[in-house]
Design a protein around this ligand. Sequence first.
Ligand code: AGP
Length: 609
Amino acid sequence: MCGIVGAIAGRNISAILLEGLKRLEYRGYDSAGMAVYSAETELLDHVKRVGKVAELEAGLEEHPLPGHLGIAHTRWATHGKPEARNAHPHLSSDRIAIVHNGIIENYVALKEELIAEGYTFISDTDTEVVTHLIYRAVAKGSSLEQALRETVERLEGAYALAVIDQQQPDRMLATRMGSPLVIGVGIEENFIASDPLALLQVTDRFIYLEEGDLALISQGQIAIEDGSGNLAVREIKQFEHGHGTADKGEYRHYMLKEIYEQPAVITNVLEGRIHQGQVLEQIFGSNASELFDQVKMVQIVACGTSYNAGVVARYWIEKLAGIPCMVEVASEFRYRATVCMPGTLFITISQSGETADTLSALREAKEQDYLGFLSICNVPGSSLVRESDLSLMTNAGPEIGVASTKAFTSQLVALMLTALILARRNGYAEEEQMVANLQQLSALCEQVLALDPAIQKMAEHFVDKHHTLFLGRGTIYPVAVEGALKLKEISYIHAEAYPAGELKHGPLALVDEDMPIVAVAPNNSLLEKLLANLEEVRARGGKLFLFADSKAQVKPGDDLELITLPDVPTVMAPIIYSIPLQLLAYYVAVLKGTDVDQPRNLAKSVTVE
Ligand code: AGP
């Protein structure tokens, strides 16, 4: 999704902006641009290109933009096609330049108003109205700060904005509502970005702007007003690098690196969270115990992979804690007339902590009588964490590949810790055993990763296929859904997942030799039933790709490829079995030659609705 970088310094900032954009590439985008104030010409100049940041870099070689003040952007098209004229920064009368993340919902009315006054538009974007509104206000005599404040008062929707003014090159303005924005604090230089990762080459000290904040940033000073126009004091936070660094190291793709980080990540999620075989309650926050004591029901809300983790957690919470648990995708939850039962804990799950739908669902829920709000998240200081009562960080380190891998397994471990805390209140007696199981997970992950060559070979069967079916039952059904999501998003092969028992109710009609069936079958109480479902597939000429352990006792043959996983405690199987499915999707995508880390049309952090 769109990315913002801005800088004001005593040195040339265009290389810093470019590096920042490169660091945001993982978020997904289709065009890029930069605007810089040149002290030599006293003008704002810009370069925009469709495609990758490398295209912009080539453009900057032909047309360099040296200067001490500038803003840059990667755009993920929402209003208007990926074309240079729609790329940001957008300028008004060569005086005001802005970059924008988010969506201005009332832009049509604002555009009509501006056109009636003689303003012309060169783009199809919603953003261009903002730059003209700011220009109109400064042209009428408002200060830049007043102009921005007046402008955002007219906007409906979500925005993170960075603004520069050719006539005031000693400042840069930033404001946000519904889209994240941070200030990177340097020494006699300051920066802004939509994600701290963009600025880690220049600083590790950040101010996380709050909703409605407006910051006036100069080389040596940062002044912030809150949404009511009052001076606000915002803490400077040291960036926690977490585990894993944001470079590919020896790996061909971030996704592969992140898959291979999972044994370490699982250790990290558990680190400091367990004492003498018990999960520590204070890891959720200081008032956690009191709140958990009152939980009678759980509502989980999330999107995509994080939603799939939530569905696994529902099985765990209901089985171990004996309390009802509902799970819903955030984009549906936020617009439904939901009914909140007394004593319901509202849990959001998110890798980024900035997903617009999840954040909005949390804000909607806060209008109701939920008992409390817990976020399971990978990014400390993210909006979701800041707006929740309790949080449990997944400590997975930066995840750069658009396809979530280590975020998923770390969420599952964190959700298991949550389930155990709730289960304790239900008289659950096997917490110590469960903790011991969790502590063995990392080693089991290593064993599964050793199956890499076999999975790589299996991937060859999928390259020329157009459709795939994934099957699982019980806690493994959401794992199958997650496996299908991985395959479709990076290989562009249509993949659907079904609970295997549903096969005979419709999807069996699709089964033939052109439709590979991936079945995930760890040893559990549903194994026999699942194997019977698979026989229905074989009887109809379908080719099966089975992930199972030694208990399945199935013989491979022409119609069945088998990958045998180590025996794992049943309750831990969702974590372990998700790994071979990640590897399968990865190798199919590599064989197909797709852009594994930045698949088409997708963004890492979906900060618009
Ligand atoms: C999955 O591979 C995707 N990256 C996507 O489904 C993602 O999980 C979803 O957009 C939610 O993101 P979040 O965890 O950052 O909230």
